[in-house]
Design a protein around this ligand. Structure first.
Ligand SMILES: Cc1cc2nc3c(=O)[nH]c(=O)nc-3n(C[C@H](O)[C@H](O)[C@H](O)COP(=O)(O)O)c2cc1C
Length: 354
């Protein structure tokens, strides 16, 4: 049984408590995709978390699927991220950067006219999330073998920049229907080369990128973000337990620091079957409540718990959870808006004077 406010070893580093800020895209980095002082303030406010996972951060300009999300391919971006890292470290919290390529979840209007890339030329259902006026997703172009190796090299460069920025480690975004997930799951991958077909082949890119991260960082500073429930962005897999079970076993063999799963609330959650395969730290997420989060820790269903929406609206979430204080509600209108409103202006809990 573990208390929320107790330290946890995560690979090569220790976090001061078991509360994790979930990665949250807030689209406030501007067109240059460079973190700024407003973002420093936002992360600093939430550095009561033992571990912060940054918002998804693109590894190249062509990896993007949304305007104004940050990147980490240049020295300039690394220097800008370093301000955030320093502010978080000053409060004794750890911070890893979530590295991201969206694959087919993009649009030519976000890629200087280029067609989005994917394992296979399969058009996602639906519309591009934040583009206005609304436009449907287009049919992506299947990546060549050589282009896949170029993308792996971009992941490696981003991991190196993350080191320059002073992060505590990196998290591979392999969830939510973006590029790595598109390779992994059978619905979006009908390739007939070594990156498609069998589970081993579909997991090849994920593991290749993880191995590259391990080269740069060592296994104890690498995490992977998975979404076995597979309902984002028109995803699906013929046999999720076999697919994700294989991935978790492979990650365990590599001794990586942590796995983060977004699926806890699902009725048919695979978590109970997946977690025993992994000896590193496990971070549970999705629709947790103050009570369910504590129960998960008490029952050792997970080593740490992560909040998204509640952390947006409650910068002092640790204190609120510890003392059963009421939670602010999130303003959905300002999730991806510009500026401080609905970003850094959520109130901390004020004790009423007696
Ligand atoms: C505004 C917003 C942005 C998000 N951005 C990301 C992201 O960049 N990377 C990611 O892996 N998940 C992202 N998610 C998913 C969250 O990390 C989390 O899995 C989800 O909000 C469920 O947790 P919750 O129920 O505590 O909010 C985002 C969710 C929201 C609401």
């Amino acid at each position: 049984m573990a208390e929320l406010n107790s330290a946890l070893q995560v690979g090569d580093f220790t976090i001061k408590n078991r509360l994790v800020l979930a990665p949250l895209t807030r689209a406030r980095s501007g067109a240059e995709r460079i973190p700024n002082d407003l973002m420093v303030e936002y992360y600093q406010q939430r550095a009561n978390a033992g571990l912060i996972i940054t918002e998804a951060t693109v590894i190249s300009p062509k990896a993007a699927g949304y305007a104004n999300t940050p990147g980490l391919w240049s020295q300039e971006q690394a220097q800008a991220w370093n301000k955030i890292v320093k502010a978080v470290h000053a409060q004794g919290s750890k911070i890893v950067v979530q590295l991201w390529h969206v694959g087919r979840i993009s649009h030519p209007d976000l890629l200087d006219g280029d067609i989005p890339v994917a394992p296979s030329a399969i058009q996602p259902a639906g519309e591009v999330s934040l583009l206005r006026p609304k436009r449907p997703f287009v049919t992506p172009r299947a990546l060549s073998h050589e282009e896949i190796q170029e993308i792996v090299a971009q992941y490696k460069n981003a991991a190196e920049q993350a080191k320059a920025a002073g992060f505590d480690g990196v998290e591979l975004h392999a969830a939510n229907g973006y590029l790595i997930d598109q390779f992994l799951q059978s619905k979006t991958n009908i390739r007939d080369d070594e990156y498609g077909g069998s589970i081993e082949n579909r997991a090849r890119l994920l593991l290749q990128v993880v191995d590259t991260f391990i080269e740069v960082w060592g296994a104890g500073r690498v995490g992977v973000h998975l979404a076995p429930r597979a309902d984002s962005h028109d995803m699906g897999d013929d046999n999720p337990l076999a697919t994700f079970g294989y991935v978790v076993e492979q990650l365990d063999q590599r001794n990586i620091a942590f796995i983060f799963t977004r699926e806890y609330a699902a009725e048919d959650s695979l978590q109970p079957k997946l977690r025993p395969k992994f000896k590193g730290a496990w971070i549970a997420n999705e629709k947790l409540t103050p009570d369910s989060a504590k129960k998960i820790l008490e029952e050792n269903q997970s080593d740490a718990v992560s909040f998204g929406l509640a952390y947006i609206a409650n910068p002092d979430l640790l204190e609120r959870l510890e003392h059963d204080l009421p939670l602010n509600q999130v303003n959905f209108q300002t999730l991806y808006a510009d500026g401080a409103e609905g970003y850094t202006d959520y109130s901390v809990f004020e004790k009423l004077e007696a």
